[in-house]
Design a protein around this ligand. Sequence first.
Ligand code: ADP
Ligand code: MG
Ligand code: ZN
Length: 477
Amino acid sequence: MNYETVVGLEVHVELSTKSKIFCGCTTEFGGEPNTHVCPVCTGMPGSLPVMNKSVVEFAIRAGLALNCDITRYNKFDRKNYFYPDLPKAYQVSQLYLPICQNGKVEIEVDGVKKYIGIHEIHMEEDAGKLIHDPWDDCTLVDYNRCGVPLLEIVSEADFRSADEVIAYLTKLRDIMMYLGVSDCKMQEGSMRADVNVSVRPVGQKEFGTRSEMKNMNSFKAIFRAINFEAKRQIEILEEGGKVVQETRRWDENKDASFAMRSKENAQDYRYFPEPDLLPIEISESWIEEVESNLPELPEDKRARYISEFGLSEYDAGVITSAKQLAYLFEDTTAICGKPKEACNLIMGELMRLLSETSALPEDINVDPKKAADLINLIADGKINRSVGKEVFEEIFRNDVEPVKYVEEKGLLMLNDDSLVSETIDKVIADNPKSVDDFKSGKEKAFGFLVGQTMKALKGKANPQAVNKILKEKLKSL
Ligand code: ADP
Ligand code: MG
Ligand code: ZN
């Protein structure tokens, strides 16, 4: 029998608001344990939450970008459960009236486009972190993360392969980062996914029983876990067994999932309306204001780069993969008016330097004015391309001023043909063997002679002039 994999995702993103959802504590990652805390976020008796308006605004922004309806009348609910990282013994979340509903996101896999439905997005607070200390055989708790605002983005069970899931997560991350809603650093847990997987015989309408793997924070692990789970469930069904609904844990080292606990039901959480927070009414004018301030999203940028600047689809895709790259490209192009050159600089030298220094796009600190000045120096024939590379590396690493730098280092291109001519005479005289090789048809020797000339001129000659003059001289020998 043929089976189909069905996946639905609950993605949590931590919001990049300055302060927590119900108090003034910082949301900053890290910090000494239990220093970003106060009576509110540690649930001290008698303390009361105060809603952070930015959280609502960020949620509206995300909802609009994911084509959702924004719920005008919002309420919060308490999800009760005991766990040592949750000092209040309940999490404030939204069960009955989530802020965004009925959205969709278009994804593309192998040239096939499809929509993934967004069931809802709700606002909630994060819990703290347990740190298991194997040396002292004890567990410590850090409450710094308690009360950090989260959006939980719940998809429909619309995915039919691990590839579709990765395409969606990549797109979701891009959108959240462009919106400035979250930094989506998976390694710091600011984007993590609960992955629900089931299988069913092809043609069957009803979904099969699912298992859920919680808090997954790497694309690679998610991809492997989905394929592992689907295979495991198919094997059970093939042997005549039944898949049980349960939470499973993905073990990255063992490359396998293991049963953790059978699924708790919603009523186990004894949800009830949060009595300490007022309902929130969102006005139409606020939604309009947020909408008018939405930045251009990566997909629209990509299309515009292709139509307006003539970039290839591949280049446009790479440059829009991080907003820092896109803004560098746009700002540089706006200053120098040379989109192709700006694109080549980013695709070539910048990418090389990023991988060489293991830096991330968000660490880029290249001033677009300096990049534009460099592009103009090359275009105006003031420096050659290899000097251009050196100068760009200096801009990237040390933020140098390109015009000043090439002047001070004496890197301006020599446009003095008589000096080039004299140098070539000397190179020819010093390398009779290469000259003979060239005459007997060895093309390589020509390159060697060009190289020697460039070296003698400290790389500052115009390569076209060197080629032309050398060719003429060798011909007349
Ligand atoms: P819960 O609240 O128990 O986590 P939900 O009904 O809210 O359950 O669903 C959570 C996620 O699981 C959603 O993304 C949904 O699309 C997905 N899901 C539900 N049923 C299945 C299934 N049979 N197979 C795969 N995914 C599923
Ligand atoms: Mg769930
Ligand atoms: Zn606090």
